[in-house]
Each structure stands twice: as C-alpha cells, then as structure tokens.
Design a protein. Structure first.
Length: 227
C-alpha cells in the first residue's frame, strides 16, 4: 500500500503526488485557498477567504498604521500626507474664490460693454485639471524633503555629539594612561632605591658581623696563650 501524506490545510491524507509542491496542499484546498497577489505590496500569498485581499504583513500594517485614501502609509507619512491634503484644500479654496471673483468681473465687464458673447470659465473645471494633481505631488514631495532634511540635520548633530564624546573619552584615557605610567615609573624607582638601601645595609651588617667574629676569635686565642 502506498504511503499517504497529510494536507497542511485540511489534514486529510493523500498520495504524495496529489499534494502541491512546497505547501503540500490537496486539490480542494488549492481551489479554496488560491495563490493571489496582495492589493498593496503585490506579493503572492495564499488567500484564506474570498474577502481577504491583502497579505498578513500588510494586514498587520493596516492595523498599526491604517490607510489614507486607499494608500498604505506609515505614521510619519500619514501625517505628512494629511498636512499636504489640508494645504491643498485651502489653496483650492483660495484659487476657487479668486477664480469666481475674476469670472464675476468678466461677466460685469461683458454686460457693461454690451457684449453678449464671452468666454465661459468654470473654476471647478480648472481646479480638476491634471496640473492640480501635479501640484499635490510637488507639495507632498516638498513636505517629505523638508522632513528628511530635518531628520538629516538631527542625525548630523547626533554624529557630532558622538564624535565630541569620543574625543573627550580618548583625551581622558590618554591622561589616565600617562598618569598611570608616571605612577608606575615612580613606584619602580622607589622600589629600586629601597632595594639598593637594603642591600647596602645588609652588606654593612655582614661586614660588622665578620669584624665582630674576627675580634672574638682574636680574644679567644689571646686567652689560651696567656699563662
């Protein structure tokens, strides 16, 4: 009887050739959980359900950071993007007001001049032109560049502070090393002097002991020879 192997999804046993390579899935599980592309990162992953359209990594990022206008952004980029959108709305509002005022001036001028034909102008149409999207992109890029410049400046300051600290530590280490070397030289010199003094004292004591021994021998010899 041929050996049977368990599907990694349903855990039912099938012949080895009936399972897919890599993930070891049976035919039914391959149909129920097909390999699809993530909506955000476009990487392939095994779909758990029909409603699941993003991979696990992007799903985790969505829970952590959320989405803005269908875009998956980190916290910093989300704040930057929202600021850009707010500025764009304010600028659009200002442009719309200016355009309407200009349009009203043209209508008034046309009525006063008696002209019945004048160029119609739609502020909303102008604001919805492709140039507005370019403006949003440029504003966002400027915001990102400013943020990156600020971060780069902060990193430069941190590097300078670290280099300053390293220089101070090196100077302190060199000072401590020189002090230790001087102390060791002084201790070595003192030890040498004390050793020399002890050796000299020892030689002196040996001389005194030899002289004393010779004197005793002389006295002993004199006492023997006397009547």
């Amino acid at each position: 009887m041929a050996a049977l192997y368990a599907c990694t999804k349903c855990h039912q046993r099938f012949p080895f050739e009936a399972l897919s390579q890599g993930q070891q899935l049976c035919k039914e599980c391959r149909i129920a959980h097909p390999v699809v592309k993530c909506t955000y990162c476009r990487t392939e992953y095994q779909q758990e359900s029909k409603t699941n359209t993003i991979c696990k990594k992007c799903a985790q990022n969505v829970q952590l950071y959320g989405t803005v206008d269908g875009k998956l952004l980190c916290w910093l980029c989300t704040l930057s993007y929202k600021r850009v959108l707010q500025k764009t709305k304010e600028q659009r509002k200002h442009l719309s007001s200016s355009a309407r005022a200009s349009h009203q001036e043209k209508e008034q001028y046309s009525r006063l001049s008696g002209g019945s034909h004048y160029n119609s102008f739609s502020p909303d149409l102008a604001l919805d032109s492709p140039g507005t999207d370019h403006f949003v992109i440029i504003a966002q890029l400027k915001e990102e560049v400013a943020t990156l410049k600020k971060m780069l400046h902060q990193k430069d300051q941190m590097i300078l502070e670290k280099e300053k600290k390293i220089t101070e530590l090196k100077a302190d280490f060199q000072y401590q090393e020189s002090q230790m070397r001087a102390k060791m030289n002084q201790m070595e010199k003192t030890h040498k002097e004390v050793t020399e003094q002890l050796q000299a004292k020892n030689r002196e004591l040996l001389k005194q002991a030899a002289a004393l021994s010779k004197s005793k021998k002389s006295e002993k010899a004199g006492a023997i020879t006397s009547p």
